[in-house]
Design a protein around this ligand. Structure first.
Ligand code: ADP
Length: 356
């Protein structure tokens, strides 16, 4: 089959915003224009496709956005896009603007949408942009590094005030159902405990350690709790710590504050490299893949593979999910899930040993 000639591609960001999304938009725009392809920005994710909110992007439009937090093309959640009627409106917009393919930056929901567009004749490539790092197929997502650094900055500030007042501070950190931000920042903040979905939380051992360290004269304690455990968890743990250990305790939820901010070097660099790779592949006839960073290599992973390995890792596989995959694929998925589980276990054990 003759390879499709791309004249114009679209770019959108969708789902939760993340620092570095703008850098990815810049990279895709400049990379496509450098290859002689026009670019349009779709404003507000898939809602922009449905509402025909599409505008041309030139190099000058994106020349200063590499350092911007949030996303230059804005983001939104759009339920209408999940239904055939909304999807058809989106396809009609693509046709009206002669959009030959789309690069979609976002999380797993965004990739599901991209697959639906690809099936209907608009080739799409996904770029993982979410602070949560909850895309199992990639080691890093755009925004994760910036969010972790923001949490660490805030945690250091909490340590200062907790030290002055001899308190324990429990901080709930974002991550949706994933504990990546929680476990990494707990280690970096020298937390005495971390609670997250992936590993059973030994709270009694933590209470005993707090009591022992207080007896030795330690003033302050930091405990990190992952958002995925629910809104009540952190607050009730804070009360329990005070009751069980006698250490005055406070609960803090920085919430969306960690979603903003200037992207770190690492997030900018990841965004630029992934954006360029996405354009290169799309123009060479590849679609329905998500760009992943695996062991410091940038690779393309089949979107369906990426979505299913996510479900496998979260123990949410449904009947028939694995039917379309070869034994070799399933083996590779299981190995990746094991790798992620071993990472969480190892990190948890280190924090339990050295956190204080
Ligand atoms: P994220 O991409 O960060 O996971 P969401 O889950 O909110 O965020 O998904 C972003 C958008 O992707 C949704 O608002 C919707 O427009 C689209 N989307 C999500 N799930 C699907 C689906 N199953 N089919 C088609 N589009 C979807």
């Amino acid at each position: 089959m003759e390879q499709k000639k791309f004249k114009k591609i679209g770019i959108l960001s969708s789902g939760g915003d993340a620092p570095g999304m703008s850098a990815a938009i810049k990279s895709v725009t400049c990379s496509a224009i450098a290859r002689g392809v026009e670019v349009v920005g779709i404003v507000g994710g898939y809602a922009g496709l449905i509402n025909d909110d599409v505008r041309p992007l030139d190099i000058a439009d994106v020349s200063d956005i590499i350092s911007h937090g949030g996303t230059y093309l804005r983001s939104a959640r759009c339920d209408e896009f999940k239904y055939e009627e909304g999807m058809q409106k989106a396809i009609a917009t693509c046709k009206r603007h002669n959009i030959d393919g789309i690069v979609a930056i976002g999380g797993d929901g965004t990739f599901r949408g991209a697959t639906d567009l690809s099936i209907r004749g608009i080739p799409c490539i996904g770029i993982p942009g979410t602070i949560d790092n909850d895309i199992t197929a990639t080691d890093y997502t755009i925004g994760y590094d910036t969010a972790m650094n923001s949490v660490v900055r805030m945690g250091d500030q909490l340590r200062d005030t907790s030290e002055s007042h001899s308190r324990c501070c429990v901080m709930e950190v974002m991550g949706r159902d994933a504990g990546y931000i929680a476990i990494e920042t707990a280690l970096a903040l020298n937390a005495i405990g971390v609670a997250l979905i992936e590993i059973p939380f030994d709270k009694n051992a933590m209470f005993e350690k707090i009591k022992a360290m207080r007896a030795k004269g330690q003033n302050s304690f930091i405990v990190i709790v992952a958002e995925g455990l629910g809104t009540e968890f952190g607050e009730s743990l804070t009360k329990e710590i005070e009751k069980e250990t006698g250490v005055e305790s406070r609960f803090v939820r920085p919430a969306h504050i960690v979603r903003g901010g200037t992207p770190t070097l690492r997030d900018r660099s990841l965004a630029c490299v992934m954006g360029d790779k996405a354009v290169d592949l799309l123009l060479n006839g590849v679609s329905d893949v998500v760009i992943c960073s695996r062991k410091d290599e940038i690779i393309a992973t089949d979107i369906k593979w990426a979505l299913i390995v996510d479900r496998m890792f979260k123990n949410k596989l449904k009947d028939g999910d694995l039917d379309a995959f070869s034994a070799e694929d399933i083996k590779a998925m299981k190995a990746l899930c094991e790798e992620r589980r071993a990472y969480f276990k190892n990190m948890y054990d280190i924090i339990k040993t050295i956190g204080c």
